[in-house]
Design a binder for this molecule. Structure first.
Ligand code: UD1
Ligand code: UDP
Length: 373
């Protein structure tokens, strides 16, 4: 069985790493990995950590690239790659432009598509944009739909799709556990990682922030920065923000927060550094998809800088709260966590709607069983 896994961005690399590592170690499987290169440095950080050396690189990265030219270049590159590799199936993950275009290229060549993390929906094509569309389009084309939760499966069933559906959990938990165990076992590594992270003043709590979603570019991001400025002015917290490399994020954040005392703007962290930051945070402010899954698994409350989420399980579990991008709403929710210990405790109950770290094992078993049929 020859699989081609296509990876484009940081979250895809993190969530596909456990799957491609296991595929590579499985007898009878020839696992080929291609990166589109939609991301460059942020992708390499993850591949190096998990010791993944892609056989192919479509090298589509360009500064400030438009979604159309990105999609076109991936489609073109994938077409040539599929001709060369002739895989039995193409694995894509999640909702990025890489995943959507790679799936479409395989579909056009009648090569079965396997969608890892299928079935997440916000119900709104504008949020997250364009990811909700990407995810729906991939699910329409996929032969095998690997849903992380029963809720995601129900979303797929409601759409009468043609692919077979399996609920497998989310591979992010596999990746998170791999890193958390390394940190736990290796005190020297933990020390090295800690030494590279910002020092927080004695007596202050650390709040971890990430924000990069396209629909928050502009006003949303400006309001988030204002909320953070107000929050640190209260004197109880310092904020650590690994800033996404998109200039539409980086430049605004640097301008609005670059000189605010108590705000630490840092480069994107490799996954070990970021997991350590989540472990050390009092709570997390984010608009990320993956962080919504990881922080609750580590027992850290999340204030979600979005109006809707495709991951309702953690909101229902009470560990993620939607606060949008309104400055006052963010500050009030943050202050509630800082001052109401009962409310804080309620949000620290570790939630595990995404499985216990065996999603990649289940995926490989399903692929092997499908091959045997
Ligand atoms: C993409 C995904 C998004 C995912 C995010 C993870 C799409 C449509 N969106 O959004 O779902 O949450 O990745 O980070 O696929 N850049 C660099 N170096 C990098 C990465 C990005 O310089 O390593 C800059 C470039 O100027 C690039 C810009 O960021 O043009 C935007 O990157 P892009 O991949 O188009 O979109 P993201 O906002 O990162
Ligand atoms: N992450 C990381 N370093 C960082 C910030 C995030 O390794 O500096 C990880 C994070 O743990 C999560 C993933 O990147 O697994 C999320 O990526 P991002 O927020 O860019 O994308 P999304 O999940 O929103 O698609």
């Amino acid at each position: 069985m020859k699989t081609l896994s296509v990876i484009g961005t940081r979250p895809e690399a993190i969530k596909m790493a456990p799957v491609v590592r296991l595929l590579a170690a499985t007898p009878g499987v020839e696992s080929v990995v291609a990166v589109s290169g939609q991301h460059r440095s942020m992708l390499e950080q993850v591949l190096n950590l998990f010791h993944i050396q892609p056989e192919y690189d479509l090298s589509v990265m360009a500064q400030g690239q438009s979604l159309n030219s990105l999609s076109a270049r991936i489609l073109q590159g994938m077409d040539e790659l599929l001709e060369k590799v002739q895989p039995d199936q193409v694995l894509v993950h999640g909702d990025t432009t890489t995943a959507m275009a790679a799936a479409m290229a395989a579909f056009h060549r009648h090569i079965p598509v396997v969608h890892v993390e299928a079935g997440l929906r916000t119900g709104s094509l504008t949020e997250p944009w364009p990811e909700e569309m990407n995810r729906r389009v991939i699910d329409v084309m996929a032969d095998l739909l690997l849903a992380p939760t029963e809720k995601a499966k129900a979303n797929l069933l409601a759409e009468n799709l043609q692919g077979r559906i399996h609920v497998v959990g989310n591979t992010v938990i596999d990746a998170l556990q791999w890193v958390a165990q390394r940190l736990e076992k290796d005190a020297a590594l933990q020390e090295r990682v800690d030494a590279g992270l910002p020092r927080i003043a004695e007596g202050k709590r650390m709040v971890l922030l990430t924000s990069h979603r396209r629909e928050n570019h502009g006003d949303g991001l400006a309001h988030i920065c204002d909320a953070v400025t107000e929050l640190v002015a209260g004197g109880e917290v310092e904020v650590v923000y690994p800033v996404h490399l998109n200039p539409l994020v980086k430049d605004v954040v640097q301008q609005r927060l670059g000189h605010v005392a108590g705000v630490h703007l840092i480069a994107p962290q490799d996954y070990v550094g970021f997991v350590r930051l989540m472990q050390r945070a009092f709570f997390v402010l984010t608009d990320s998809g993956g962080v919504q899954e990881e922080a609750p698994a580590l027992g850290k409350p999340v204030l979600l800088l979005r109006d809707v989420t495709e991951r309702p399980s953690v909101v229902e579990a009470g560990v993620v709260k939607l606060v949008g991008t309104d400055r006052q709403r963010i500050v009030s929710a943050a202050n509630a966590l800082l001052h109401d210990s009962a409310a804080y405790q309620r949000m620290t109950q570790a939630a595990h709607p995404y499985g216990h770290g065996d999603a990649s094992e289940q995926i490989v078993k399903i692929l092997l069983a499908a091959k045997a049929v």
